[in-house]
Design a protein around this ligand. Structure first.
Ligand code: CP
Length: 311
């Protein structure tokens, strides 16, 4: 694994190796090193992904180079490639990129010689979100095989749906999609079910917000919750052990009743917590694969364990 761009590049072994390392980080087994620079190049708004990368980078002892597109030379016409190349030139050792283009990666891949992580590509992929979702499901069920998982919402415009459907199928889950008319994606070859069928049959109901920013025209969301969302009545029909997930941000009262966001079945904030550890694992994996860090180097660099400092 050279970069972390698409779930399609991941073997089952890659996925489990990241999940295992993330669990180990969650348990407090953290090593710090010095003077490795991480740059977070976010060209689209983000709260969770960006800030959990920052927390993950700080927990790993990386120096975080922050970037705000709106006050950067992007405003003078600088391209994504030139921005990335600049960060590489000034010493960044790893880049995290979020961009509105579905295939921004092809624009910068060829000549950047440091690892790149996809923090969200248009409506195409959100692989680190996918990994934290996999971690959450695995913690809950201990396996993916034959789980019934519904992804419900604005499938057509959701990078989360695209990454998760493919990765979950690879791991043996039965993936179903549920969408209001016009929100289906013919490019995703998975069976569609109604939200009522989803709640009655699935182990995981994963909700998505309407991605208004990616729509060509405005969509009326009146009665969306009653017709296509997770109401309290529908939640009462879920399987006893079933869980609710959502990548967030949440539009309370639109795709999910506000009272369900923090209900017993909800794993939404657990997902966010897992995001830190899974991102630590992904960055460690890439930095090792590129030879930027390795066990020997860690030892030479006055390695210390966070646990020693927190006790
Ligand atoms: N889930 C997610 O990507 O959230 P942000 O847009 O806040 O990063």
């Amino acid at each position: 694994m050279k970069h972390f761009i698409s779930v399609n590049q991941l073997t089952t072994d890659d996925i489990f190796s990241i999940l295992e390392l993330a669990e180990s980080y969650r348990e407090g087994n953290i090593q710090k090193s010095e003077q490795i620079f991480a740059a977070n190049l976010f060209f689209e708004p983000s709260t969770r992904t960006k800030m959990s990368f920052v927390v993950a980078q700080k927990k790993l002892g990386l120096e975080v180079l922050d970037f705000h597109a709106e006050v950067s030379s992007v405003q003078k016409g600088e391209s994504l490639y030139d921005t990335a190349r600049t960060f590489e030139a000034i010493g960044a050792n790893i880049l995290v990129v979020r961009h509105q283009s579905d295939d921004w990666y092809n624009e910068i891949n060829a000549n950047i010689n440091i690892p790149i992580i996809n923090g969200g590509a248009g409506k195409a992929e959100h692989p680190t979100q996918c990994m934290l979702d996999l971690m959450t499901i695995y913690q809950e069920f201990g396996s993916f095989k034959d789980l019934n998982i519904a992804i419900a919402g604005d499938i057509k415009h959701s990078r989360v749906a695209h990454s998760n459907a493919q990765a979950l199928r690879k791991l043996g889950a039965n993936v179903y999609l549920s969408a209001a008319p016009g929100f289906e994606d013919p490019a995703l070859d998975f069976p569609y079910i109604t939200i009522d069928q989803a709640v009655e049959t699935c182990d995981v109901v994963m909700l998505l917000r309407i991605q208004h920013e990616r729509h060509d025209q405005s969509n009326n969301q009146e009665h969306y919750l009653e017709n296509f969302g997770l109401t309290k009545e529908r939640e009462s029909k879920m399987l006893k052990h079933a869980i609710i997930m959502h990548p967030a941000p949440i539009n309370r009262g639109v795709e999910i009743d506000s009272d369900l966001v923090e209900c017993e079945r909800s794993r939404i904030f657990k997902q966010m917590n897992n995001g830190v550890y899974v991102r630590m694992a992904i960055m460690t994996n890439l930095l090792k694969n590129w030879g930027i860090i390795h066990e020997d180097t860690f030892e030479e660099r006055k390695v210390y364990n966070i646990k020693q400092f927190s006790s």
